[in-house]
Design a protein around this ligand. Sequence first.
Ligand SMILES: [Zn+2]
Length: 396
Amino acid sequence: MNKYRIISIVSFTIAIILLISMLFKPTLTEIKSVETCSQTTILTSLDEPSILPDWKDGEYHDYQGTTQMLNSFNSKFPGLVDIFSIGQSVKKRDIWCVKITNENNHKNKYSCVIDGCIHGSEWEAGEACLYLAEYLLINFGKNQTVSDILNNSEIYIIPILNPDGREKDDRFNENGIDLNRNFDVHFGRIRGGSLPLGKLFGFIKIPYIQRPEIIEKLGLDKYFINKYWTNSGREPFSEPETRAIRDLMRSIGPSFSFYVNCHTAMHGIFSIVDISYKPEFETTSQEIKVLTNTLDWFGENTEYDIMYPDDFLHPGSGMIHHWVFKEFRIPSICFEILSKDYEPWLGKGPHDNLVHWMKTILPAFLYLLVNIENLHDWESPENMPPLPEGVPPEPI
Ligand SMILES: [Zn+2]
């Protein structure tokens, strides 16, 4: 083969290769449009309005159901969910906490704690925690607001703080103690509804006063202010459940930004209240302003009655949300879910319209979450959360 033949074959081959590469190589415009397309896909999906968990009325989650639900969150959303026990109840049930955050985002985040069923008979308080958790998980990566929330914050949710009480449908823990009177703030004050009693000789439960109407009938409520008295334990943090939540909160550190304690059924939202005896903590005008602004928003965007810091409410002693404010100086809020039509004291579950009540309180959670940075810094919470369709629902 002469060299001209070789050159022409080589040239022909090169020409063919060049032609093929030109035909199949994506042009600059094509690359751009592919990138735009993938960006558009992400943006479009983050633009999706958030959706609500698919819950049915009457489908409550007891301790076992709650445990199963948390485990299913863990398997469905492994990059968003961490489940751990913060301690055990008197009857050795684990108190589960689910920490929800985008674990792939390693920036410094703000933290908050939300819990339910400190009173075991207040079932919807625990359900509201689960509903919020599921709402956040199913909307992450699809809805911008929820994605921002989980990129920005670590949300510690403890749906059942009092597992033994929840299992027996009882307000109290296994020792007969009202856990929401067992914290180290105004502890054991009789005027604050507390009898500083534990178990007699360490094993006999001391009965509590269950019948507020008897106190009303005798006119004693006029003198003692509080007609609901419960046993607070002999000393602060005498109970394993209160020690567990205390230790969790103390482990969080300076990122801790706000706290929500869920109850039923007073149909109200409140924060720290001006109690009738000498307060154990002072408040600044800026703190009162931020709490008032927050409560104002709840008043306008939920159906709940609002108690402002200078309103007189029940001067409960040893209550967790007062202790959180005293200990951590962060906004600390109580949600009293459900209608006033239900017995507000021993209001046992289940009730009608579970899904409705979940929707009534969701806006309040979202408002706190989109303002977590402001709340951390005690600045006015001015961010408005876009709410899903049908939220808040029409009052029933
Ligand atoms: Zn309660």
